[in-house]
Write a protein that binds this ligand. Structure first.
Ligand SMILES: [Zn+2]
Ligand SMILES: [Zn+2]
Length: 418
């Protein structure tokens, strides 16, 4: 029969990968909890309208990249291409702001789906760790979220990181900047701007700024910068964020071209990239989205969030070694199979990790298996041990050996902290 294969752009995360992913998730949970973040898990499938409304009809995500299909009743559903929309939908629907807290901070992690050209570190099913903080417009929250993100990345052990920051202004001051950009791009001809940007320069000129096409990049270098257009409030907000980062000892670079892919960002926007995987690659990014909750039918609450790309982080982190186990229970006589399983059960009940042989083999092949598992102890159950109610314990590190009664085994084997 023909072998069935996975879909293009979708990956199996094997045990080696899962150790790295679990490590990222545990580190995120630990660091974010220090900041008062709580976990939330929302559905992977939502009504298409949610993403069209929050991400913006004009974006590449909504226009070209979503997995959208009709369910059996003809309703248009979409596999989430990002997490913010679903988390905010839940925040509104479940009245999570009812307590009147300064900010409700939520984190989540899981798979997202975008129909893009697959390449290294970019899959059609990819995984993100996301944080959303809703309910507070203060610039101190922006600084706190950025510091939390860099603490998380540093705690993972990443070092060659660059934090870039920009302010995108607000609905009050951004239109003047968009006009200036439109004027600047007006005279640009087809041979200089890419096809997408020829459209964007009319519909959303900010998006031309982060186009990766060489012609567009060259051209954008001379474009007006948003910092010249910020209103006094946006300027003060930005100054406070930057000053707090300075005083907290966090390095950053100002990048006037940093606009990010989504329409809903205002004021603070940021991106963290790494120089470790070839060309500089973004591993996390986010920003403030003050009008978004209201536009999804919720209260008029400000918010800020970020997402970390787990595939790219995994590339940076490399493989994580399998945790050694405490014991391997080798059986040398068929009568030992049942006692071995029951002995292993006792050991596990006492917190030890290990495996038991399910068939009789030679000592040599059992020891090979114990080595492969990186077991601290190999327990041997042969004819002589079964008859005397003993078990032979081989310390795999120093190769010492001793024979002890079954009931004393827990005195020798104690769970080790790794
Ligand atoms: Zn403004
Ligand atoms: Zn372009």
């Amino acid at each position: 029969m023909a072998q069935l294969r996975r879909i293009k752009g979708f990956a199996d995360l094997l045990p080696d990968d899962c150790r790295v992913y679990a490590h990222m998730e545990q580190t995120a949970r630990e660091v974010f909890t220090r900041y008062g973040c709580q976990e939330i898990r929302v559905p992977i499938l939502e009504k298409t309208e949610l993403f069209a409304r929050s991400i913006g009809d004009e974006t590449d995500i909504v226009q070209k990249e979503m997995y959208t299909f009709a369910d059996r009743k003809g309703k248009s559903l979409t596999l989430r291409p990002e997490a913010t929309a679903g988390v905010l939908r839940a925040f509104i629907e479940e009245n999570l702001d009812a307590q009147g807290d300064d900010a409700v901070k939520l984190y989540t992690c899981g798979p997202m789906f975008r129909y893009e050209r697959p390449q290294k570190g970019r899959m059609r099913q990819f995984h993100q760790i996301n944080v959303e903080a809703v309910g507070q417009a203060a610039p101190q929250l922006d600084a706190e979220m950025i510091l939390m993100l860099t603490m998380f990345l540093r705690q993972l052990g990443l070092t060659a990181l660059t934090l870039e920051i920009n302010s995108l202004g607000c609905p009050g001051c951004r239109p003047a900047y968009q006009d200036a950009l439109q004027d600047f791009f007006k005279g640009m001809h087809k041979e200089r701007l890419c096809e997408d940007c020829l459209r964007r320069k009319l519909t959303n000129p900010l998006r031309v700024l982060d186009c990766k096409a060489p012609g567009c990049r060259e051209l954008v270098a001379g474009a007006p910068v948003i910092s010249d257009f910020l209103c006094p409030e946006c300027r003060a907000h930005n100054d406070t964020v930057l000053s707090l980062l300075d005083r907290a000892g966090q390095d950053y670079m100002l990048n006037a071209r940093l606009v990010r892919g989504l329409d809903y960002y205002v004021r603070t926007t940021f991106e963290v990239s790494s120089r470790d995987i070839g060309a500089q690659t973004a591993v996390a990014g986010g920003g403030r989205y003050d009008g978004l909750v209201k536009s999804l039918g919720g209260p008029d609450l400000p918010g800020i969030g970020f997402a970390c790309g787990m595939e790219r982080l995994a590339l940076l982190l490399g493989a994580k070694q399998a945790k050694p186990v405490d014991f391997y229970l080798a059986v040398l006589d068929p009568r030992g199979l049942d006692p071995a399983l029951l002995l292993a059960q006792t050991l596990r009940r006492n917190g030890l990790c290990g495996e038991t042989a399910l068939e009789v083999k030679s000592v040599k092949s059992h020891l090979r298996r114990a080595n492969k598992l990186k077991a601290r102890y190999c327990l041997l159950l042969g004819e002589r041990e079964i008859e005397t109610g003993n078990v032979e314990i081989k310390n795999m590190l120093d190769t010492t050996q001793q024979t002890i009664p079954f009931e004393n085994i827990l005195a020798v084997l104690t769970p080790e902290e790794f």
